[in-house]
Design a binder for this molecule. Structure first.
Ligand code: ADE
Length: 415
């Protein structure tokens, strides 16, 4: 049985609408694509099922999909990243939305089920939970799905594992791996939004602090660069030898977590892996350290260990849980160990999500227009280029154009 929506409070819609209008104003690429396609309504007859962080920029994507003719059903991709005013505004505008900030794990799964009851033909996933649910619970629907798009590194990791096991039932586009996405969203988006969230939640200074960043993928690179820009002394913890060398040559200290745990004032995990910061590390940390996770799932700074070890726990400020160790040391966990930039902030800056969500919109259109075999696909190069070109155009920047002679030279091996 389908429900129209399940949200916290429809009366919050005017506040949500204002936030969405603010974001829309600064998303020229998404606007341009929407304006160009809207008249033809290329998505009419298509139901899109999304599982995304339900905040203002995401609402702009969902609004664009609707303007292109789609029926849109959406669930929140994290209990703490859902913004209730945004859900209210979406519900009021006819999106079938199922989420509320602070929902339990059981509610989270029920909301995914509600979204899937709309029987989408195209899915937009952030983290892989929709595909996992289709594979595990709703095989009946999986066969009818034309395909989908995945937003994040963790989701791609899971899709690769599904493809390797031969259980991925439909085509998925790896939006995360498009250059227009990860070069900007993962690097500059995470770089800015993680520090924005930590600073606004704690009201503490970053300059002069020892900041430990675990993981030197694109997100770790951006977070480290911004930490250095804020005046922190940055140490990178990395298990991949090439990335570790890269961090070293980018000017950062490089070590392992056992060593870093003793020195750090602020710890941020962006490995995408489980138990990056765990009991043995909590045991040697200084009094007053900040712990934050910027990876998709809340498994990196390992909260069950903190809970087991603590003599007592209290909330220091909104968004900060303090775990008091038996020896009196206080370890402060931000955003319950969920991805800090969304749990304790508004997510990536608007202009960055303009690129990511323009990529999502073009990818959803591509999936709806092309019949592909099951598997994980790269986003077609021309779509990826188009997003970057439109962004430059919106900024009034004209870039160099190769002459025919230069094109020919680049395609030739003789010279
Ligand atoms: N806002 C919406 N989706 C987001 C994401 N995946 N990361 C950061 N901010 C976001």
């Amino acid at each position: 049985m389908k429900s129209d929506f399940k949200i916290a409070d429809i009366k919050l819609a005017p506040e949500g609408q204002r936030r969405i209008e603010w974001a829309w104003q600064y998303m020229p690429v998404l606007r341009l694509i929407t304006e160009k396609e809207a008249e033809k309504k290329p998505l009419s007859g298509v139901t899109i099922g999304a599982c995304l962080h339900l905040e203002a920029k995401t609402a702009c994507l969902l609004k664009a999909l609707k303007e292109l003719g789609a029926v849109v059903a959406a669930a929140g991709s994290n209990p703490l990243s859902t913004q209730d005013p945004i859900c209210a505004a979406l519900a009021e505008s006819g999106v079938h939305v199922f989420s509320r900030r602070g929902m339990s794990a059981a509610e989270y799964s029920d909301n995914l089920r509600e979204m899937l009851n709309w029987e989408p033909q195209v899915i937009i996933d952030d983290g892989g939970d929709v595909v996992a649910m289709l594979v595990e619970e709703r095989k009946d629907l999986a066969g009818k799905i034309m395909g989908g798009c995945e937003e994040t590194t963790t989701g791609i990791k899971r899709l690769k594992a599904m493809a390797a096991e031969g259980v991925l039932p439909f085509p998925m586009l790896a939006v995360n791996d498009a250059e227009s996405k990860h070069l900007f969203d993962n690097r500059y988006g995470t770089g800015q939004s993680v520090w924005d969230a930590i600073m606004r939640t704690t009201n503490l200074v970053v300059a002069g602090k020892n900041v430990v960043i675990a993981g030197y993928g694109w997100c770790g690179k951006g977070t480290s660069k911004r930490a250095a820009g804020l005046g922190a002394r940055v140490t990178v913890v990395e298990a991949n030898p090439h990335r570790a060398l890269e961090a070293l040559m980018d000017g950062f200290e490089v070590t392992n977590m056992s060593d870093a745990a003793r020195k750090g004032d602020i710890f941020i995990s962006v490995t995408g892996n489980t138990k990056t910061i765990r009991r043995e590390h909590f045991e040697v940390m200084k009094d007053g350290v900040l712990l934050a996770n910027a990876g998709h799932f809340d498994v990196e700074a390992y909260v069950p260990d903190l809970k087991e070890m603590a003599a007592s726990t209290y909330s220091s400020r909104s968004g900060i849980d303090t775990y008091v160790m038996p020896d009196g040391r206080r370890l402060h966990l931000l955003g319950e160990g969920r991805l800090v930039n969304l749990a304790a902030g508004d997510g990536h800056p608007v202009e960055i999500m303009d690129l990511s969500f323009a990529m999502q919109l073009l990818s959803a259109l591509y999936i709806s227009r092309n019949k592909l075999a099951p598997g994980l696909y790269k986003v077609p190069e021309e779509l990826d280029r188009r997003v970057a070109e439109l962004k430059l155009e919106s900024l009034g920047i004209t870039i160099e154009k190769l002459t025919p002679e230069q094109e020919a030279y680049m395609a030739d091996w003789r010279e």
